[in-house]
Design a protein around this ligand. Structure first.
Ligand code: HEM
Length: 407
């Protein structure tokens, strides 16, 4: 059996050979979930590796539920499930649709574009600070960038930004010894970082921020969420806090992965970079191609809600299903010559932002940040690799923790 579960595998690199073999021979394959380190074993899951199947699963929430077992590979503590299901990510239609109508209005293009100048100024300042010397791209530039942009978008004061970083590391980086802030219970077992008890400080903060935005409205997303109203309905305080939590984790590590992922693609394809420098209009398609070759989210989980057939397999209610975006993006059945980085690739219907009802709400803001950062980067001398990149130990986020470069 080819293992594509172990988070340590992804720290060494994307297991492209194994994924290709699975696509060709066993597109829906059973994966074991053995105990790893301090993390207990799980029941196992179906791994979905072909583009068409991944897309189908994401578009069929009545068959493949986000609510039944939530959306992370590791099963949540059953006691925490009702709480976790209050997050839009872990809902199914029609509840998800109701909430989505309430929050969508906060992310209008007009509001997002208002942040473009600040995003560009931040890229300039961060790149100026490393001009003319070797540096580590994630640690010195791209880790801070999305965090500060997100804080701006949400209306979080600059003094509180470190809190955002702390929370996102606690929730996302927990499989990686370097980033983990794993709390343990009295018996030394890890406590799920997404359990309510672990998040109390963040929820208190969200409640206080909402109170401030109600008193002093501003042109930011938190203010918009506090005042959002559709058909006479508003977000409850609990929904608002949960949504803040989701934005903090969803809007940070993803862009933090996308930027070094994109730069790595340029480093490996100097010819493509030369083309982009000569033709700035290529940036739009190049960004989509970066998200295809380096999808910031490797996988997402669903749970079978009613008997279903997929890739010739019979799936039973309760089975765990994990879709591999990172495999779908290299599926030769969909993308000609998938290992080639083509900055002009069209069509390019990648699944980096998901598909179906949960399609990423922050996609426009993510693209805006990539656009501003890369536009600024390409006004400067080309970068060269200056050491071994290091990757995050995670089967969820396609993280690059170190990328030494020189001008
Ligand atoms: C390159 C960066 C990003 C990537 C690759 C990404 C990826 C994704 C994916 C794959 C989903 C769907 C999850 C599923 O199928 O269950 C999603 C949902 C979501 N994303 Fe993003 N995301 C990015 C940036 C952002 C940003 C910047 C924000 C907020 C400012 C954000 C907010 C959200 C929210 C709120 C959802 C949930 C939508 C729902 O459940 O209806 N994302 N994202």
């Amino acid at each position: 059996m080819l293992d594509i579960f172990d988070p340590r595998t992804f720290a060494r690199g994307i297991p492209h050979d194994a994924l290709r073999t699975l696509r060709d021979t066993e597109p829906v394959s059973w994966q074991h979930e053995p105990e790893i380190g301090i993390w207990p074993a799980g029941p196992g899951f179906w791994a979905v590796t072909r583009y068409d199947d991944v897309r189908h699963v994401l578009r069929a929430p009545a068959d493949f539920s986000s609510a039944l077992g939530a959306t992370q590979i590791r099963d949540p503590d059953p006691a925490d499930l009702p709480f976790i299901r209050r997050m839009i990510l872990n809902m199914d239609p029609p509840e998800q649709v109701r909430l989505r109508r309430l929050v969508t209005g906060a992310f209008t293009r007009r509001r997002l574009e208002r942040f473009a100048a600040a995003v560009r100024a931040r890229a300039v300042a961060l790149l100026d600070a490393v001009a003319g010397r070797p540096f580590d791209l994630p640690r010195e530039v791209t880790d801070d960038f999305p965090l500060q942009n997100l804080a701006d978008l949400l209306g979080v004061p600059a003094a509180d930004r470190a809190l955002l970083l702390h929370w996102t590391n606690r929730v996302i980086g927990y499989q990686d010894p370097e980033h983990a802030e794993v709390a343990t219970d009295a018996a030394g077992r890890p406590v799920n970082p997404r359990s309510p008890a672990q998040l109390a400080d963040m929820f208190d903060y969200a409640a206080a921020l909402a109170a401030r935005k109600r008193a002093e409205p501003a042109d930011d997303v938190m203010t918009a969420l506090c005042h959002a109203e559709v058909d006479g309905q508003r977000l409850t305080d609990a929904e608002l806090k949960m949504f803040f939590f989701l934005l903090v984790v969803a809007g940070n590590d993803t862009v933090r992965s996308a930027l070094p992922g994109g730069v790595l693609a340029l480093l490996g394809n100097p010819e493509a970079e030369r083309r982009m420098r000569g033709d700035p209009a290529l940036l739009g398609t190049a960004i989509e191609e970066m998200l295809r070759v380096h999808p910031p989210v490797l996988t997402f989980r669903r749970t079978v809600a009613r008997p279903a057939e997929l890739g010739g397999r019979q799936l039973a209610p309760g089975d765990k299903v994990v879709v591999y975006h990172v495999s779908a993006h290299y599926d030769e059945r969909r993308f000609p010559d998938p290992f080639r980085f083509d900055p002009a690739r069209e069509p390019n219907e990648h699944l980096a932002f998901g598909q179906g009802p949960h399609l990423c709400l922050g996609a426009a803001f993510a693209r805006l940040q990539m656009r501003e950062f890369l536009t600024e980067l390409l006004t400067r001398p080309p970068l060269h690799l200056d050491g071994e990149p290091r990757r995050l130990t995670s089967n969820f986020i396609n993280g690059i923790t170190s990328l030494p470069v020189r001008w």
